[in-house]
Ligand binder design. Structure first.
Ligand code: DC
Length: 223
């Protein structure tokens, strides 16, 4: 597997920001796989499928079409890409607190994961990509030549999420966000299938108190 960079880490660790910068610098494609689990969650919420009904959610994940494309001229509202669910624009809808609250449950289902992993491998097969998620180095692309595990303290990650939320116009307290970050970390790292953990050969980078630019240079120097 050539020219593929696998990046994993907990929520708001900085992996998406750094991954995007890295992809831009190298001229690679970028895929944030979290958006796919969010899209399945949103589909369940929109269609009245109970998120605790594993069979129904798994079936749903195989019947919907999830996609992403560069934003169109009239869509320049701060987004980096336009996320699509059956051709509907879901870019902002998948960032809603209701999706945050339910996505870990949906991402814990092995059938949902199998379907997402299949689509992610198809994407990576073209090469020249940076793929970001929780299980990219461990499960999706175990042969990736460069694996990075990006982390930061829970407090710093909650501060970053609070900042993002406020920029998007959601009023959420720092305490509530910190509690959600801790709760999601716990579900993501203790789930039975593809738990969040660094691959044995991953390089671990702690971004607490560091600037993305500085980390980007560090990664570029590794190659
Ligand atoms: O990175 P994010 O916050 O958008 O991810 C949303 C959820 O999806 C998160 O709870 C973990 C899950 N996820 C996953 O299980 N595997 C991935 N490769 C990416 C995300």
């Amino acid at each position: 597997m050539k020219n593929v960079i696998a990046m994993d880490g907990p929520a708001a660790s900085g992996k998406t920001t750094i991954g995007r910068m890295l992809a831009e610098r190298l001229g690679y494609l970028f895929l944030d796989t979290g958006f796919m689990y969010r899209a399945v969650t949103l589909a369940a919420l929109q269609r009245g499928v109970d998120v605790v009904d594993e069979t129904a959610v798994t079936h749903l994940s195989t019947t919907i079409e999830i996609g992403a494309r560069p934003p169109a001229a009239e869509e320049q509202d701060g987004r980096f890409y336009t996320a699509l669910l059956d051709n509907q624009d879901i870019t902002w809808a998948i960032r809603a607190p209701e999706v945050d609250a339910n996505v870990s449950q949906v991402a814990s289902y092995p059938g949902v994961r199998a379907e997402m992993v299949r689509q992610q491998r198809t994407f990576a097969a073209k090469g020249h990509c940076v793929m970001v998620g929780r299980d990219i180095g461990t499960v999706v692309l175990p042969n990736a030549p460069l694996k990075l595990y990006i982390t930061a303290s829970a407090e710093e990650r909650a501060r970053r999420r609070w900042h993002d939320r406020h920029q998007q116009g959601h009023a959420a307290s720092y305490e509530a966000i910190l509690a959600d970050v801790v709760r999601r970390d716990k579900i993501d790292s203790s789930r039975e299938h593809s738990p969040l953990r660094p691959a044995d050969d991953a390089i671990i980078i702690d971004t607490t108190g560091r600037l993305p630019q500085e980390i980007l240079e560090e990664i570029l120097n590794m190659r």
